[in-house]
Design a protein. Structure first.
Lengths: 128, 543
């Protein structure tokens, strides 16, 4: 399966999904004019990838700002992971935050709510 | 953190509808209804939508709050940095956000203005330079060209009465869809610039008179003299009586004399001449391309102009010495020496006249400030002259000129005593009395400064007592100069027999009685006897 690589812009995050390594990376800010248009290829790629019945998926997220429409899209992504997890796919999601920025942690916790797969909120410094 | 209760309240109506629908389904209310399956699907999606919406609202609120906080923090930093920060892009239009210092500097809101219009001044060359630099910086991507172009900008620009330091920084785009921006950092350096100008000015100028100073002359001598400056004439000028003026009238008045003389010297010379304060009360004028005759005329103009000056405590008086070097030479310090010696000769020639004028000025000041009636000096002079005659003092021991001057100046030191103490009606405190006693020494110094040494010593000893109980040195008997002993008696008598603002006059008899009591204690007993005998003599011509 082909990788999905979308370079980051001022308003959209880096999307680096690699099926060979089973790693999905989202990094940057997300406030595109049309969130659904931006995330539609991402959803499609995920759906196709999950259809291949991967054994495990490692997800890395570092989003400093996510606008309202993008939040909905991220939740939809998380919902897909949750469904896959329910089906028995091993999922590990690491959500990196600037721990000095309380609101980033709050948002991460909000995204984490209702997710039953391993969802870890990690201070940014610990990443390196 | 957004409270769950708040979220519950915000979506209360929707949640109640959902909860009721879920309850109905659970209780089998619509069991058997053909739409039940669709209804369940709608309810499930409604629940999901509501969950999404509530969480997204919360995330959105958190992020908005965070953004505003960060914006405030950044604004606080920029707005309190004391510098104007603004950005503009290819269209040269200033962006909406800039630090408040920009408004302070320009006095109005600057967003959406053209940066070139904002910086435009009467200096067309500078306007064109800004246009060229900004265009190049916004178009070029090569670091070297950028740096070279930016370095063409002046470090400081003048805008109306302000001096602004400017720094241009290109802000490269962080993302592909970003445009290159220019940041201009403006700092109001008006005060600093003025201070630097002042320092530069003071390094070659005299602060008081604003004339050039000695350093400037020395610099000129080293670097600036050229052959066409010859014949070069020099005038050395010395302000007469500055020390006395400072002592008697105070340093402000002394400074006024210096300032006025500086003005006179400037008025009497050409713009091409160099007038400098050489130090203290000495001035130096360099007259390029000026022969001795023309120099002489400048000197005459200076003397005449000094005489015309009004509103000064003493007549403006200056001693001058001139010298001229006809042919080019690098070493003209000898020329200064010649001018200086001639100036001292002139000073010597004028000294008596200058002294007389100064004494007159001091007397005027004394009458103005001191509480004696105007006749006091005259009466003391008359009484002293007669007492000296009666005492048959030999001309050798008592010069009549000195006696005359002593009677005129015996109270001169009192101009240095505060009026509040001099005119105090009640008894002086110990501290006030200590200040009062200083008038002997002040008077001594003043008389010394006009080279009247005999009178200076007599003034110093005027308050000494025959028995040694006086001040300032506690001299006794013959140690006290006869001039002092004599004037002390007639002064005391005249003061006693004339009223003061704070006490009435005593009768002649009462005054004589007091003098008798002071005989051998405060006063010379033999002179007291003579004085009283002269006072009580019935014959015509007695004191």
């Amino acid at each position: 399966m082909e990788k999905l690589l979308i370079e980051s812009t001022k308003a959209t995050p880096l999307i680096d999904f690699d099926s060979d390594k089973s790693t999905l990376v989202l990094k940057g800010q997300s406030y595109p004019e049309n969130a659904f248009k931006f995330y539609d290829p991402v959803f499609n790629w995920i759906d196709s990838y999950l259809a291949t019945n991967p054994q495990e998926i490692h997800v890395e997220v570092r989003l400093s700002y996510v606008n309202t429409s993008s939040s909905k899209c991220i939740m939809m992504l998380l919902e897909s992971f949750e469904k896959a997890f329910q089906r028995g796919v091993s999922i590990q999601l690491n959500w990196y935050c600037d721990m000095e920025n309380e609101s980033e942690v709050e948002c991460a916790e909000e995204f984490k709510e209702d997710m039953t797969f391993p969802f870890e909120i990690i201070p940014e410094a610990e990443k390196e | 953190m957004i409270e769950r209760d708040f979220q519950r309240q915000l979506f209360d109506k929707e949640l109640r509808v959902l909860e009721q629908a879920l309850l109905d389904i659970a209780e089998g209310k619509y069991e058997g209804n053909e739409f039940l399956t669709d209804y369940k699907l709608i309810v499930a999606n409604y629940e999901k939508l509501l969950t999404f919406t509530r969480r997204i609202f919360k995330i959105s609120d958190i992020q908005a709050r965070n953004l505003l906080q960060r914006e405030n923090e950044i604004k606080n930093i920029l707005n309190n940095a004391g510098q104007g920060f603004l950005t503009f892009g290819q269209d040269l239009i200033i962006n909406r956000e800039y630090s408040v210092e920009c408004e302070k500097i320009f006095g109005f809101k600057i967003s959406r203005l053209n940066i070139l219009d904002l910086l435009r001044s009467a200096d067309e060359e500078q306007n064109a330079l800004f246009a060229e630099v900004f265009r190049t910086v916004l178009e070029s991507t090569e670091q070297e060209i950028l740096q070279q172009t930016i370095s063409k900008l002046p470090k400081v620009i003048k805008r109306e009465d302000q001096y602004l330091s400017i720094e241009l920084k290109p802000i490269p785009p962080s993302y592909e869809d970003d445009n290159l921006l220019c940041m201009l950092i403006l700092t109001d350096v008006t005060e600093k610039h003025k201070a630097q100008e002042q320092v530069a000015f003071l390094s070659f100028h005299d602060k008081l008179t604003s004339l050039h100073n000695r350093a400037y002359i020395e610099n000129w001598l080293e670097d600036l003299q050229m052959e066409d400056t010859f014949p070069l004439s020099v005038i050395m000028a010395d302000l007469n009586g500055l020390k006395l003026s400072n002592d008697v009238f105070g340093h402000i008045q002394g400074d006024e004399l210096l300032i006025r003389l500086a003005k006179v010297l400037l008025q009497c010379t050409r713009k091409t001449d160099i007038v400098a304060r050489w130090g203290g009360d000495e001035f130096l004028i360099l007259l390029p391309s000026t022969d001795s005759e023309a120099c002489e005329k400048v000197a005459e103009r200076i003397i005449a102009s000094c005489k015309q000056q009004e509103g000064l405590p003493t007549e403006l008086s200056v001693s001058l010495g001139m010298a001229t070097q006809k042919k080019f030479t690098k070493n003209i310090s000898d020329l200064f020496g010649v001018a200086e010696n001639r100036m001292y000769s002139d000073k010597l020639l004028k000294s008596k006249d200058v002294r007389n004028r100064l004494i007159l000025s001091v007397e005027r000041e004394l009458h103005k400030r001191f509480f004696e009636d105007p006749g006091h000096v005259e009466r003391v002079g008359y009484l002293a002259f007669n007492l000296a005659k009666a005492a048959e003092l030999s001309p050798g021991s008592l010069d009549l000129d000195n006696l005359n001057l002593m009677t005129r100046l015996h109270d001169i030191g009192k101009v240095g005593i505060p009026k509040e103490i001099l005119g105090k009606g009640t008894e002086l405190t110990n501290q006030e009395w200590e200040i009062m006693q200083r008038h002997s020494e002040i008077g001594f110094r003043m008389a010394q400064s006009i080279d009247e040494l005999v009178v200076a010593k007599a003034i110093l000893a005027l308050r000494e007592h025959w028995d040694g109980s006086g001040y300032p040195r506690g001299l006794k008997g013959d140690q006290i100069p006869v001039l002092s002993r004599l004037v002390a008696i007639v002064d005391a008598y005249d003061v006693m027999t004339h009223s003061r603002p704070y006490r009435p006059a005593k009768s002649k008899e009462e005054a004589i009685q007091e003098l008798k009591q002071g005989s051998g204690k405060q006063f010379d007993p033999s002179l007291i006897d003579l004085f009283i005998s002269e006072l009580t003599k019935p014959a015509k011509g007695a004191i």
